[in-house]
Ligand binder design. Structure first.
Ligand SMILES: NC(=O)C1=CN([C@@H]2O[C@H](COP(=O)(O)OP(=O)(O)OC[C@H]3O[C@@H](n4cnc5c(N)ncnc54)[C@H](OP(=O)(O)O)[C@@H]3O)[C@@H](O)[C@H]2O)C=CC1
Ligand SMILES: O=C(O)[C@@H]1CCC=N1
Length: 277
């Protein structure tokens, strides 16, 4: 199947690039992928030069050629993107939507056909094949469609299948998740500056600390609180540091952050629903 498949990306931003980068030359040859966007021709040129993918400014043509269409525009742009080219879609195609918050039903109603839609919530670590992706099937998608999407996303990391209602939570947790880790690293780098460590040295130490801790979680399978206790000597430095995080309610802030991102996913879908009704 993979060798004859043509995949069209509607949208050529960060997430499309992460997927292209992860999939190219593994599951699909770059020339099996057609990339299109709203108007940024320079961006298409960059993707063509970097990954060898095909690019197309005629979105209708790009959709007609595709076996799989990946929706990779922002949720707010999906109606404007799909409505004018709805006639180009056919029931033989699989639509994979990366859009936060937007339901499979909204997509089929925007296109006005009983199309197989699989929703995916990957993250940008797909670029290095370390994504955590959750999938869910729309009402017209079969087990075969889901299996095709699964194979695609397994190329770029781990895949789990969830009920569609849970994709908001997945978005708040692991779709946005890499940003929370980068934010922590930003803070650690700021701190390193303030405590007088050379930037290059600090960068290396922080990175290895994050990688080491992530590997410890996976390799030992111990609860994070147990691993934390192993670092925390009584009356030592960690205890002193964590007491400051507790004073700033760090865990509460993280919980509130993920809940708010989850809520925002719902809002994005709702806003679109109101505009198409
Ligand atoms: N970034 C992330 O970490 C993740 C994002 N997602 C989802 O992926 C989607 C894309 O996000 P992201 O890559 O960050 O967004 P970007 O803003 O980086 O990219 C959006 C892309 O959509 C294109 N676009 C806009 N309007 C149209 C249109 N009418 N037809 C075709 N293409 C269009 C833009 O083209 P142009 O530049 O020409 O305007 C641009 O290439 C979103 O729906 C998001 O929810 C999901 C998981 C993680
Ligand atoms: O910020 C966003 O809306 C997208 C969805 C998940 C990650 N980025």
């Amino acid at each position: 199947m993979s060798k004859e498949t043509t995949i069209t990306f509607l949208g050529a931003g960060s997430m499309a690039e992460a997927l292209i980068s992860g999939v190219a030359k593994t599951l699909y040859e770059p020339n099996q992928m057609i990339v299109t966007n709203r108007s940024n021709v320079e961006r298409l040129h960059y993707l063509q030069q970097t990954y060898g993918v095909r690019t197309e400014t005629n979105k209708e043509k790009a959709v007609k050629e595709a076996d799989i269409v990946i929706l990779a525009m922002k949720p707010k742009d999906v109606a404007e993107s799909l409505t004018p080219i709805a006639h180009a879609f056919s029931e033989q195609q699989l639509i994979i939507s990366l859009l936060a918050g937007v339901t499979t039903d909204t997509i089929t109603s925007l296109i006005g056909k009983q199309l197989a839609v699989v929703r995916a919530m990957p993250n940008t670590s797909a670029a290095i094949r370390k994504s955590a992706t959750a999938l869910s099937s729309g009402r017209y998608a079969t087990e075969t469609h889901l299996a095709v999407a699964k194979t695609l996303f397994e190329t770029v990391g781990i895949v789990t299948v969830v009920e569609e209602q849970h994709l908001h939570a997945v978005t708040g947790l692991s779709g946005s998740g890499p940003a929370y880790v980068y934010y922590l690293v930003e803070a650690m780098e700021k701190a390193a500056d303030e405590i007088g460590l050379e930037r290059a040295v600090a960068k290396e130490l922080i990175l290895q600390t994050i990688i080491g801790a992530a590997h410890m979680l996976k390799a030992t399978n111990k609860h994070p609180s147990v691993l934390r206790k192993e670092v925390t000597s009584p009356s030592g430095t960690t205890e002193a540091g964590i007491s400051v995080l507790e004073r700033y309610r760090y865990q509460e802030a993280m919980v509130a952050c993920i809940k708010r991102a989850t809520e925002r996913s719902k809002e994005l879908g709702q806003a679109l629903l109101s505009s198409v009704q």
